[in-house]
Design a binder for this molecule. Structure first.
Ligand SMILES: [Zn+2]
Length: 176
């Protein structure tokens, strides 16, 4: 059996102490994935991420290094965006490449988009673009994907009765 590839995507505003609307931190979710991988007989867990210098990528990378020091069979696999070559599209290009490498599961930690016009012209509340794009691409590629959202995003969507059907729960992950 191969190592378990967990694709982690998330907003830059999602830091270590940030919790999802239902109370989960990134560490909680990654601990669960490690348990699942071990139960499935995988010899290791690879945390695949976009190597952002802050936010969810940084938290996930730190988690992987900490657990590795404790002797867990965990390692990060970093995919930094090439901003020089692809400019503003770099994050999206990188996400597609990361997804194309394949993963056993994708977990996305999405906070509300904090950009303002002209950087963001989308109407209504929505999740940050990069993390949402990565989760969308993973889903389209058939990778079981779970989206964790902050209370801020969850409540903003609920306030305008936006569909929350894309907000998978932990139960969805367990069923895959
Ligand atoms: Zn936006």
């Amino acid at each position: 059996m191969n190592e378990f590839r967990l694709l982690v995507s998330g907003s830059r505003s999602w830091v270590r102490r940030t919790v999802s609307h239902d109370g989960l931190t990134i560490a909680t979710v990654l601990n669960e994935a490690a348990t699942d991988a071990a139960r499935a007989g995988c010899p290791g867990l690879i945390i695949v991420h976009g190597a952002c210098l802050d936010g969810a990528d940084k938290v996930a990378d730190g988690w992987a290094l900490e657990r590795r020091r404790l002797g867990w069979p965990v390692r990060p696999e970093r995919h930094p965006a090439d901003w020089r070559r692809h400019d503003k599209r770099a994050g999206f290009v990188r996400n597609k490449a990361m997804v194309a490498l394949g993963a056993d599961r994708c977990v996305a930690f999405i906070d509300v988009c904090r950009k303002r016009s002209p950087a963001c012209v989308a109407a209504g509340p929505h999740g940050s673009h990069g993390a949402t794009h990565c989760a969308d691409k993973a889903e389209q590629a058939g990778i079981p994907t779970v989206r964790y959202v902050t209370a801020a995003l969850y409540e903003a969507l609920a306030a305008v009765a936006a569909p929350v059907s894309d907000l998978s729960t932990r139960r969805d992950a367990a069923n895959h």
